[in-house]
Every structure is written in C-alpha cells, then in structure tokens.
Design a protein around this ligand. Structure first.
Ligand code: U2P
Length: 250
C-alpha cells in the first residue's frame, strides 16, 4: 500500500517536472539588449525630426529591443504568426514606453515612423515565448532601462554627448565598471564620415536573470576613437517645431 502511494506520488511529481521544463526551456542561447543614441541619427545623413510631443523631453538613450541570439552568430526571427503584437496587452506600460522606447523612425527626416514596439515583438518577442508573454517581454525591457542608465554611467566617467571624441575602450570600460561586463558598441557615421556612438549592446543569459560576457559583439563598425554626438537641444527642438509650424501654415 505504502509502495503504491510512493509510486503514484513519484509519477505526479515527474509529470510536473516535465510540463514545467517544456514551457520554460529557452530554445536560444542568450539575449542582446540594445539601446540607441538618438543624437547619432540626428547628425547622420538622415537628419533629424525630433518627435514633437511624445517621448522623452531630455536627451537619453532609447531602448531598441531585446533580441534572442544563437551562439553561432545567427538569431531566430518572426517565429509565431498566431500571437502578433496586441497593444491592449501592455496598456499599463505605454506611457513609460513612450518615454524610454521612442519609435526610432521618428528621428529620421522625413519621419518614417513605423511601430517599433510591434516590430520588436513580432520579430524577436515571438521567438522567446518559452520565457516571456507580451507583457513580461516589454516589462523586462523597461525594468532593465530603469536599472541601467547608460548616460549617467558614461557621464560619471567624463564621457558626455558633446560632439567630443572618446576612446572606444574608455566607453566600454565605463560600462564594464558599472555592470561587470564589457558591452558591444555599434557605430554609424556623421555627415563628415566620423564614426560615432550609435548603439550599445549588452548580453543577458537566456532567462534575463543576469548579465553575461557577450559571446560576440558587433564592434567592427567603430574606430578606436569615436564621437559622442550631441542630442538636439530643447531650444533647437522648439526652433525646429516653429519652422515646421510656419511652413505648414503658409
Ligand atoms: O541588423 C539588422 C537587424 O537584425 C536584427 N539583429 C541584428 C543582429 C543581431 O545580432 N541580432 C538581431 O536580431 C536587429 O533587428 P531589428 O529589431 O532592428 O529589426 C537588427 O537591427
């Protein structure tokens, strides 16, 4: 009798372990969490059309996304057409997302705004459903944005968005000092062809529980010294908007 109870208990326990591991085992190796510097879009060939009302008022890094990666340098994308982006699932997060995750196309002239949030979920989020649903995917991005303030990390080491040039290693070390692991840095070019700080990549384990050493990072686009471009000042923002207003009313 006792033996029977033990066997039944064992079978129940085993079925619980199997079902929880089926939903929880990620089928990718790690995450990139990527943030971009809007100033690097503003002084590139594309020019700048800062968003008028939505978003952050003061210059800051913006979330690009949380991307699952394979160890061999490839990544999954657009994994599930049956669970596409649905803003009603994240309505409580929207106001924060407008401040920290501004649509990237709005900075480009002429603005080519698409829905970045929708794109990021449909492309990357649908491939990480073993770990996240829509709400927890976006919430996790915001949680890390709250935890890591790249601008203040860099400023503390005297690295400021002032069109100055800084050592690539100086920038990486500042971030390594703060989070324990060196980031990847992606550069683009300003109109004069100077390489400049565009995106910061940090790596997280496949449950986003901790930072990890990046298996590889897209460093090849930078030179050993790179520019940290200014962001549009509030004044120039106002100027830009009043020019736009006068153009549209004449
Ligand atoms: O490089 C173009 C876009 O492909 C996605 N990407 C790129 C490199 C990488 O290691 N992992 C990855 O997912 C990004 O997709 P997006 O969300 O921008 O469409 C990257 O910008």
């Amino acid at each position: 009798m006792t033996g029977g109870i033990i066997i039944v208990s064992f079978l129940i326990l085993q079925s619980l372990v199997v079902s929880s591991s089926q939903t929880a085992a990620p089928d990718f190796n790690f995450f990139y969490w990527v943030n971009y510097w809007p100033g690097a879009i503003c002084d590139s060939q594309k020019g700048c059309c800062p968003p008028p009302t939505k978003g952050n008022k003061s210059p800051d890094f913006m979330i690009h996304g949380l991307w699952p990666q394979f160890i061999n340098g490839t990544w999954p994308a657009f994994c599930d057409q049956t669970n596409l982006f649905d803003i009603s699932k994240i309505s409580d997060l929207v106001s924060k997302m407008e401040r920290k995750w501004t649509e990237w196309g709005v900075w480009v002239c002429p603005s080519n705004e698409t829905n970045l949030w929708e794109h990021e979920w449909n492309k990357h989020g649908t491939c990480v459903q073993s770990v996240f649903d829509q709400h927890s995917y976006f919430h996790t991005n915001l949680k890390f944005r709250q935890k890591i303030n790249f601008l203040s990390i860099l400023k503390q080491k005297g690295i400021k968005p002032n069109d100055g040039f800084y050592g690539l290693n100086e920038i990486k070390n500042a971030i390594k000092c703060a989070i324990g692991f060196a980031p990847g840095i992606e550069c683009n070019e300003d109109v004069e062809g100077n390489k400049q700080l565009f995106q910061i990549y940090i790596c997280l384990d496949n449950y986003t529980k901790e930072f990890v050493e990046c298996p590889y990072v897209p460093d090849k686009s930078c030179t050993s010294t790179i520019k940290f471009p200014k962001s549009p000042e509030k004044d120039s923002l106002g100027e830009h908007l009043s020019v736009m207003a006068s153009v549209s009313t004449t």
